[in-house]
Design a protein around this ligand. Structure first.
Ligand SMILES: Cc1cc2nc3c(=O)[nH]c(=O)nc-3n(C[C@H](O)[C@H](O)[C@H](O)COP(=O)(O)O)c2cc1C
Length: 169
């Protein structure tokens, strides 16, 4: 299965450790995985201008790093959203990349999704709700949500849990 992981963290630390563990497990199971570091990309928020649904014919009027993400939205069979919790939600960077799928409506081939969240405290409820609403809207099946809170971040137990999760997806 082709899996695209959208890593919304702006730096390489806790969320990236979760993403790397998922990548290892998924590759061991024979999946083809691409990691998109959307947290480090320049992706503006959707303008809601409807250019994509009129003159643009599926193309966004904004020319930015979303052009690196769109091929994955067209090709991946599973989307994994990964983010640190910032003010109880996913990062603005991941939010922008997630919402800009609007240009094509929803990921073209994807039927499955998963969520990886890293935080200091158990304040991830808002991010989980956003993810659930978003994938319901897009018709994707949730394959699981893994959170790493506080000391769980970077722990071998948590990373193994993620590797096994990805192996059995
Ligand atoms: C701007 C900012 C806002 C944050 N807000 C929260 C929060 O609301 N709740 C929480 O538990 N942790 C919060 N944190 C902590 C991060 O979620 C946590 O350190 C996470 O492990 C960082 O992941 P990363 O290393 O991939 O960036 C915040 C961190 C930053 C920088």
């Amino acid at each position: 299965m082709k899996i695209a992981i959208l890593n919304g963290s702006p730096h390489k630390a806790n969320t990236s450790a979760m993403v790397d563990a998922f990548l290892q497990g998924a590759q061991e199971a024979g999946h083809e995985v691409e990691v998109l570091h959307v947290g480090k990309m320049k992706i503006a928020g959707c303008l809601g201008c409807e250019y994509c649904h009129t003159k643009g014919n599926g193309q966004c009027i904004q020319k930015d790093d979303m052009e690196k993400v769109m091929p994955a939205y067209l090709d991946a069979e599973m989307i994994v959203y990964a983010s640190p919790i910032f003010y109880s939600g996913i990062t603005a960077q991941l939010s922008a990349a997630a919402q800009r799928v609007y240009a094509i409506g929803k990921p073209a081939k994807a039927t499955k999704a998963a969520l990886l969240l890293s935080s200091a405290t158990k304040s991830y409820g808002g991010a989980v709700a956003t993810y659930q609403n978003m994938i319901n809207y897009m018709g994707l099946e949730d394959k699981g949500i893994i959170t790493a809170v506080g000391d769980e971040n970077g722990s071998e137990d948590k990373l193994n849990e993620i590797r096994n999760f990805a192996k059995n997806i």
